[in-house]
Design a protein around this ligand. Structure first.
Ligand code: XMP
Length: 321
């Protein structure tokens, strides 16, 4: 891999920000750039960096792909409005669900999401806005895992031999590609983003689709969304690196109101990790696990079984697909 990692000990955030802002403004020159903000620390840092570099030559979108968490689009748009950065919500739910229809293979699902993001949604935006650049928050771990063939991270293009200029009509700028998550958090803090953003647990670009095993339909996403809200409420005070709910494809026999209920299974994961490269399950107190099981089986329709993942990464990965 040609990209040179900047390890956190060598990262001087002030000069990094200055350098990257200059690079972005030189590349875009007097043209226009677009970027998609999901509210994760990576895309938030890129949004602020590019806003600093380009001002109104940057147009930021929140792509509503139907795969985000409860209330997320509105919350993120509000937070950035407070910071003086206008963000437009673009409703692309239909495009994403149409592309995911019938797919069950993890890499096929990831490919479909990449295609809709880059070819359909951004391709269209670029045509309409005449922007020549797309800015995005690809980080060093994303590249490393994709190149190693572990997972095709949704935002990796060039390293897979995709020429975005030729295929989609725009160039991609990735100012954070030399940093890992911990470095990006430092940069985000120095860009004066609020703590809610710079200390946010990571959330993947393909969003809740990485947590639905089997077909990703609006109904199945809604189930995992409800379980996610509960997991985040119950585990946000653990200080863990990341915590999530996964909807399984297999059903299991349960009992409800004294009758057989062939219901759904939710798996909870909670990770200790520094940079997502490796991880271990948090040793959650049994009372917390009990509460999770109780809430998920009563508040999420159709769920009769809740499990907790006790596997390290590797051999597990953090997300399920
Ligand atoms: P895995 O599941 O590969 O996840 O162990 C490592 C870290 O990356 C996040 N993740 C993604 N982030 N696009 C992203 O922006 C993706 O396609 C993607 N897949 C996984 C995951 O949440 C974890 O923090």
């Amino acid at each position: 891999m040609e990209i040179q990692e900047i390890v956190i000990e060598d990262l001087d955030t002030k000069s990094f920000i200055e350098e990257k802002a200059t690079e972005i403004s030189t590349m875009v020159s007097d043209g226009l750039a677009i970027n998609a903000l999901s509210g994760g620390v990576d895309s938030s840092a890129v949004t602020m960096l590019a806003h600093k570099a380009l001002g109104n030559r940057l147009k930021t979108y929140f792509i509503e792909n139907g795969l985000m968490r409860e209330g997320e689009p509105e919350r993120i748009v509000y937070l950035f409005k407070e910071l003086g950065v206008p963000v437009e919500i673009l409703d692309a739910k239909r495009e994403f669900f149409d592309a995911l229809k019938g797919l069950t293979d993890p890499e096929e699902k990831r490919e479909a999401i990449t295609r809709v993001f880059y070819k359909d949604v951004f391709g269209d935006l670029v045509k309409k806005s005449k922007a020549k650049y797309l800015l995005q928050g690809t980080n060093y771990t994303d590249v490393e895992e994709t190149v190693a063939g572990i997972k095709r991270q949704h935002n990796i293009l060039e390293q897979l031999g995709i020429d975005t200029q030729e295929q989609y009509g725009y160039k991609v700028i990735e100012p954070l590609i030399q940093l890992r998550k911990s470095g990006i958090r430092k940069v985000a803090k120095d860009l004066e983003l609020p703590k809610e953003i710079y200390s946010r647990p990571p959330f993947p670009g393909p969003a809740l689709a990485t947590r639905v095993i089997g077909e990703v339909t609006p109904e199945r996403v809604e189930i995992v969304r409800k379980a996610t809200t509960i997991v985040e409420e119950e585990l946000s005070n653990t200080g863990a690196f990341q915590y999530l709910a996964i909807l399984h494809q297999d059903r299991v026999t349960g009992i409800r109101a004294g009758k057989r209920d062939y219901g759904l299974q939710i798996e909870v994961r909670c990770w200790e990790s520094k940079d997502a490269r490796t991880g271990s399950p948090t040793r959650l107190p049994y009372d917390t696990l009990d509460k999770l099981a109780e809430r998920i089986t009563t508040e999420v329709p159709g769920v009769v079984s809740v499990t907790y993942n006790i596997t390290n990464k590797p051999p597990s990965t953090i997300e399920a697909i």
